[in-house]
Structure formats: C-alpha cells, structure tokens
Design a protein around this ligand. Structure first.
Ligand code: MLT
Length: 388
C-alpha cells in the first residue's frame, strides 16, 4: 500500500477517456492485430509545409529561446483578432480580448479556476468533452448536466434547466460544432443562450475548436461572438489543432469579454509560462495564410464522411450525417451497451471507436467514429465491424 494518498480531487475523476482507449489499443496491438484507430480526433494529415518553415525560422531566433509572454505575443493576438474579423466579422481588441493558450484544452482546464468557487454550479453538456467536468471538479464546482438528445438535434434544452439551477449557475459550457455528436448550433439557439446568460448573470463558455471543419460553405459554423451582446458574457475557446492539423503543436486562443480573458490570464501567469514563441510565430503564419489549406482538408473530410456514411448505410447502422466536425455519431447495434460494443470491436477487429458513454451517460446507445484515417481504411473498418 502506498504511503501517499492522492488528493480527493483525483479520486473523484473518472479515468481519462482517451488515455483509457490508448491503453486498450496498446494491448490489442501487442497481440499483433492491425489497428485502425478511429478513436481520438487527431488529424492524420500533415501540418502544411509553410507553417513548419515558419516554425524553423522562428526557432532560430534567440529571443524565442527565453520565456514567452504569459498572455502570448501581441503579434499572435493581433493575428487572432484579424482572423476573427475576416472569418466571423467579430472585432476584438488584441490587448484585452485575446489570450494565447497552450491548446484550447489547457485554457478550458484552467478557466474554471478563475471563476468557479467550491460549490458553484456549472451547466455542462452531456455527452460532452470530458475536460468540462474535470476542470469544474478541480475548482470544486458542481456539474449540472444538460443532456444532448437526438429529439433536440443534440442542443441542450435551455428551458429544461430549472430556474433554480439557472439562478445558481456561475458558468455554462457549450460546444458547436459539437464533439461528439457533430451537431451544429444555429443563430436562434445562440441568441437564446446569450439572452439566458444575461438574464441570470451566467458566464457563457463556448468551445469552438471545430468551426473550421464544415461541409456546406453556405452554412458555416458561427462564433458565439457573432451574437449581439455575447461579448458581455462570453468567452470562446479556439485552437489551431483541428483547423491546420496542429494537435501536437499545442497552440490556441481564448477570446471574448475582457474581464473573462483577464481572469484566465491571471491563472495562467501562476500556472504556466506560455507557449513557445516559435510555435506562436508559426501560428501567425497559419492564421494569415492557412485558409486554402483548411479548405483542402475540408474536401478530404467530406470525401471520408461520404465514404463512411455510405458504408454505414449499407451495413444498416444508423448514424447522423455530419455537416461539420470530423466525427460520425452512430447508433450501437441492438443488444449491446456502448462500452460492450466498442470493447468487442477493438478486441476482435482492431478497430478503435469511442463509446458514447465515455462522454457522459446520455451517450449510451451511441459510438463515435473519427474521420482521421484515409477513406479505404475507414471502409475497411466498417467492413470489419459488419463482419463481427
Ligand atoms: C476528441 O477526440 O474528442 C478530441 O480530439 C480530444 C481533444 O481534442 O483533446
């Protein structure tokens, strides 16, 4: 028995979904199975060369070998503001309304420490990205889950949250395009959300990591900051990871209400020393010149989506055709729980899926496919599943 007791906050944590999946994957791989990994949403396509070249140049500058600034280079924050203006028509003050992050996960994980006191209520979608719950728990907050149900097109029913919970809520997490369901939020949902947050004085946290993976240019995902008045109550987390295939680089941004950005910056000053400035300089290049590449990645994901959807249809597996994100949210075949199905699939076929319940109890009956391998491998994965 260990002489060291872990803090209670660790004991309260469920195992981290993607770390668990990695463990089972390693076990099955060690048995010699050919693994097709459709688990984590980690793009397989390479980062564009011009971004790598910008990193190499920036890495040669001695100034970048020293501690970075806590909130990020002003030039990076300006590039973020320019990108938001160009993409969403949103005007941001780079000095006060933008902070650089070591990936959006880092920012989401730290943000509740700035605004949630022990016992505070935080409204969080379920199924949802596991970090919303763990970061709330680390701050001592109480999560009130908002189920994302098919009949509501996987949007939380804001009127189903009790007035008492709205009154007690300090913060609400939302995420569109949604991980794991791939649902999109329309303007009217966001307007209602902003209005509710204003009415009850709730901080609106929007995780917007997937806004650049969309399939209909006439129906592009929105930034919450496009909504009138949102900047009074909202902070939006974004990332270069999914847009430019830069998950390993760890760089992102939080933008929105200056008071919220400042609070997060204060936590970061005390917890980390910022993102390697050479990576920030490469991020500037990506934000400035990355759009044609982002478009070519969308084309790849569209082709993969179409291939998988056709294969699932042929196999009689029900699913939701994504209009955005690189996830397909599909229904577990009758007779299985999500976890049983996913476990059986990986052990017998080497195909790694994500169980719906890994994102919360309302994910029961679903599994998630990540479109982060080439189409032939996706089709091979579906045919292995069908042959089970
Ligand atoms: C996912 O697979 O849900 C995400 O890629 C995980 C992440 O972004 O950290």
């Amino acid at each position: 028995m260990s002489q060291f007791y872990q803090a209670e906050r660790l004991a309260l944590l469920p195992p981290y979904l993607f770390a668990e999946i990695d463990r089972v994957k390693a076990e099955v791989k060690a048995q010699g199975k050919d693994i097709i990994s459709l688990g984590i949403g980690d793009p397989d396509l390479p980062t564009p060369d011009f971004i790598i070249a910008a990193l190499c140049e920036a890495a040669k500058k001695p100034v970048n070998h020293q501690y970075p600034s806590y909130v990020g280079l002003l030039s990076y924050r300006k590039a973020v503001a320019d990108w938001y203006k160009e993409r969403f028509g949103v005007v941001l003050d780079p000095e006060t309304e933008v902070v650089n992050l070591i990936g959006s996960k880092e920012g989401i994980a730290h943000f509740p420490l700035a605004f949630v006191d022990p016992g505070d209520t935080v409204l969080s979608p379920s199924p949802g990205y596991p970090v919303y719950g763990s970061s709330t728990g680390f701050a001592g907050g109480r999560v009130v889950s908002m189920p994302l149900l098919e009949e509501n097109d996987f949007l939380p029913d804001l009127d189903a949250v009790s007035p008492d919970d709205w009154h007690k809520a300090k913060m609400i997490f939302v995420n569109y395009p949604n991980n794991p369901t791939s649902a999109m939020a329309d303007r009217s949902f966001f307007e209602k959300l902003v209005q509710k947050c204003k009415e009850y004085g709730v901080i609106l946290v929007h995780d917007a990591a997937y806004t650049e993976i969309y399939f209909d240019p006439n129906n592009k995902p929105l930034s919450i900051l496009e909504i009138d008045g949102a900047k009074d109550v909202a902070i939006e987390f974004h990332s270069l990871s999914k847009t430019y295939n830069m998950t390993g680089w760890r760089t992102g941004m939080a933008v929105g209400a200056a008071e919220l950005v400042k609070g997060l910056g204060k936590i970061k000053e005390n917890m980390d020393s910022g993102c390697f400035q050479a990576v920030q300089e490469a991020g500037i290049a990506a934000l400035k010149d990355g759009e044609p590449y982002a478009q070519s990645f969308r084309d790849v994901y569209r082709e993969r989506r179409d291939g998988v959807c056709a294969a699932l249809t042929k196999a009689g597996i029900e699913f939701r055709e994504p209009q955005a994100s690189f996830y397909v949210w599909a229904k577990t075949p009758a007779g299985y729980t999500s976890a049983d199905f996913v476990t059986k699939v990986i052990r017998q076929t080497g195909v790694v899926l994500t169980p719906g319940t890994g994102f919360g109890a309302p994910g029961e009956g679903y599994f998630r496919i990540s479109l982060t391998v080439p189409t032939p491998r996706l089709e091979e994965a579906v045919s292995r599943i069908v042959a089970l």
